[in-house]
Design a protein around this ligand. Structure first.
Ligand code: NCD
Length: 305
C-alpha cells in the first residue's frame, strides 16, 4: 500500500496491522511514553475546513517526531487560488515532504494524486465522496465499543448523499458480516419533488427506511451513526429538511450495550442532553481513537519504528 486514497486501497491484512499498531500506540500514550524519535516531514494541506482531522493528524505527526509544513487555509493561501492545477500542486509538495495529507472539495483529486505524487498521500476528505481515515477510526471505535463488528446492526442517519464519512464506512463494512440500515434526511420544501439525501446510486445496495421506521428500529440497533446535513454541498438555501434527531426519548429505547457515533461536527441531529450517556462515543472515545489510528497509519505507510 503506497497511498491511502480510498478505503478500496485497504486489504483486511492492512486493516488488522493498522489496528494492532493503533492499540500499541494507545498503550504507549496512556503510559505517557515519550514520543517516537523519527525524522520525516508531512505536508498538511487542507483546502476545506477541518477541526478533528487536521488537529489529530498534526498531533499524530508531533508524537511520531515528524515535522509539519502547512498553509493556514490552503484554498485561499496556496497557488490553487492563482489557478494552479492539482496536478502541479502534488508535483510540488512531493519535492518538500515525505508524505502529504490532503483535503479538497474536488471528488476526483485522489486520481490526480495517484498519478502525480511521488510521495504517499493520505486522503483527509475528497469532496462529498470519501474520507477513508474517518472510516478506519469509526470501525476501530465500533470494535472497541462492542468487541466485534460482525453480526451487528448499524443504522446510518442524516445526509447519506454528501456525507463522505458514511460512504467510506459503508464500503469498509462490506468486508464484514453486519446489517446496514439507512435513514436518509429528506428535503420536504425547496425542491419541486421531495429530495432524499440518500446514498448515491452507485452505493444503493441497501434500501432506505423512513424516520418513523428508524425510530421503531432503535431498540434493535447495535450502532447508530448520526451525521449533519452537508449544506455547503448542495443548494440548500430556503430548504426545509427533515432528519432523524436523536434525543433522550430515542436512546432510552436502545440496548444498554450499543454505541452512538458521529464524525462531528454536530448540528441539531443529536440533542446535547445525551452527550454524557455512556453509549455516546462521539465526543471523547471516537475522537481520541482518531489520534491513535492516524499515528498507526502514518507508521504503517512510512514504515517507521
Ligand atoms: C466530517 C468531514 O469533514 O467529512 N468531519 C470529520 O472529518 N470528522 C463530517 C462533516 O463535515 O460533516
Amino acid at each position: 500500500m503506497k497511498h491511502l486514497l480510498s478505503v478500496d486501497d485497504l486489504t483486511s491484512s492492512d486493516i488488522n496491522s493498522i489496528f494492532q499498531l493503533a492499540h500499541d500506540v494507545e498503550e504507549l500514550i496512556l503510559a505517557k511514553s515519550p514520543k517516537r524519535g523519527n525524522d520525516f516531514v508531512v505536508a498538511s494541506f487542507f483546502a476545506e475546513p477541518s477541526t478533528r482531522t487536521r488537529f489529530s493528524f498534526e498531533r499524530a505527526i508531533h508524537w511520531l517526531g515528524g515535522k509539519i509544513i502547512t498553509a493556514a487555509d490552503a484554498s485561499a493561501s496556496s497557488s490553487i487560488s492563482k489557478g494552479e492545477s492539482l496536478k502541479d500542486t502534488f508535483r510540488t509538495l512531493g519535492q518538500y515532504a515525505d508524505m502529504i495529507v490532503f483535503r479538497h472539495k474536488d471528488e476526483n483529486w485522489p486520481d490526480i494524486a495517484d498519478k502525480y505524487s511521488r510521495v504517499p498521500v493520505i486522503n483527509a476528505g475528497s469532496g462529498g465522496k470519501e474520507h477513508p481515515t474517518q472510516a478506519l477510526l469509526d470501525l476501530y471505535t465500533i470494535q472497541k465499543e462492542l468487541g466485534d463488528v460482525n453480526g451487528k446492526s448499524i443504522m446510518f442517519c442524516g445526509d447519506l448523499m454528501f456525507g463522505r464519512t458514511v460512504h467510506s464506512l459503508i464500503k469498509l463494512l462490506a468486508k464484514y458480516d453486519c446489517k446496514i440500515f439507512l435513514c436518509p434526511a429528506t428535503v420536504i420544501e425547496g425542491y419541486t419533488t421531495t429530495y432524499y439525501l440518500d446514498l448515491p446510486g452507485y452505493y444503493a445496495a441497501e434500501k432506505a427506511i423512513s424516520q418513523e421506521t428508524a425510530k421503531k428500529l432503535l431498540p434493535e440497533m447495535d450502532v447508530v451513526y448520526m451525521t449533519r446535513i452537508q449544506k455547503e454541498r448542495f443548494s440548500s438555501d430556503g430548504c426545509v429538511i427533515e432528519s432523524l434527531k436523536l434525543d433522550k426519548s430515542g436512546i432510552d429505547t436502545m440496548k444498554s450495550k450499543s454505541a452512538i457515533l458521529h464524525p462531528l461536527p454536530r448540528n441539531e441531529e443529536i440533542a446535547e442532553e445525551i452527550d454524557d450517556d455512556p453509549r455516546a462515543s462521539y465526543h471523547e472515545r471516537q475522537v481520541r481513537n482518531g489520534l491513535y489510528i492516524r499515528i498507526a497509519l502514518m507508521e504503517y505507510l512510512l514504515e517507521l519504528r
